[in-house]
Design a protein around this ligand. Structure first.
Ligand SMILES: Nc1ncnc2c1ncn2[C@@H]1O[C@H](COP(=O)(O)OP(=O)(O)OP(=O)(O)O)[C@@H](O)[C@H]1O
Ligand SMILES: [Mg+2]
Length: 178
């Protein structure tokens, strides 16, 4: 698994940001799979990161964690893709949209407030109109194969989730935890 590090400058015992370094697409998918396994109806995962950061790669893992067998191709041409698994996965990609009105016009509420799991790529484009409770996943390019994942929970549900991901993230890690 990727290396994990919890940052909680404000309140001891509470995680403001969980940082993980992935060293390969496989590790990113493993992280996604764990997120998918922990996902509950109504969960919202906002993915932020530049072109090729690994948003779709992570989403593939989330899909597998939800028992979705199909390969999750980038939905860039399709704004919203629905995949069926343990829970429905709504894979949304805002890349092609520039104005907030266009995003509002998508009518995402049925997805966001439904019983499925929403994963939104390029979520920063719609942040002002997306639900305030979510798990923000920021992905930064470190080098060809390394990516920094910063998991920032907003709301109790996501704080709980990140707390569960922390020990999971350390599991199977070569050389133990840091
Ligand atoms: N540690 C890593 N995690 C994820 N992807 C990685 C990693 N190392 C290399 N890669 C490569 O980076 C690319 C990530 O592509 P991906 O489609 O997931 O990015 P994306 O963020 O969805 O991009 P886009 O903005 O175009 O949708 C893939 O080619 C993958 O093989
Ligand atoms: Mg993508």
């Amino acid at each position: 698994m990727p290396r994990a590090r919890a940052k909680s400058p404000n309140s001891p015992g509470k995680i403001d940001c969980l940082e993980l370094t992935s060293h390969s697409p496989d590790e990113t998918q493993q992280l996604g799979r764990r997120i998918g396994e922990l996902a509950m109806p109504g969960d919202i995962f906002l993915l932020v990161g530049s072109l090729g950061a690994g948003k779709t790669c992570l989403t593939q893992g989330i899909a597998w964690g939800l028992d979705i067998k199909e390969y999750t191709l980038s939905p860039s041409f399709v704004l919203i893709r629905e995949l069926r698994g343990r829970l429905p996965l709504y894979h949304i990609d805002l890349y092609r949209l520039d104005r907030i009105e266009e995003i509002a016009d998508l009518g995402l509420d049925d997805y966001l407030y439904g019983n499925g799991v929403c994963v939104i790529e390029w979520a920063e484009k719609g942040l002002s109109i997306l639900p305030p409770e979510h798990l923000l996943i920021q992905i930064s390019y470190l080098d060809d194969t390394e990516r920094l994942f910063q998991l920032k929970p907003s709301g109790r549900r996501y704080l709980e989730m990140v707390n569960k991901l922390k020990p999971l993230a350390f599991t199977n890690q070569k050389g133990g935890s840091r």
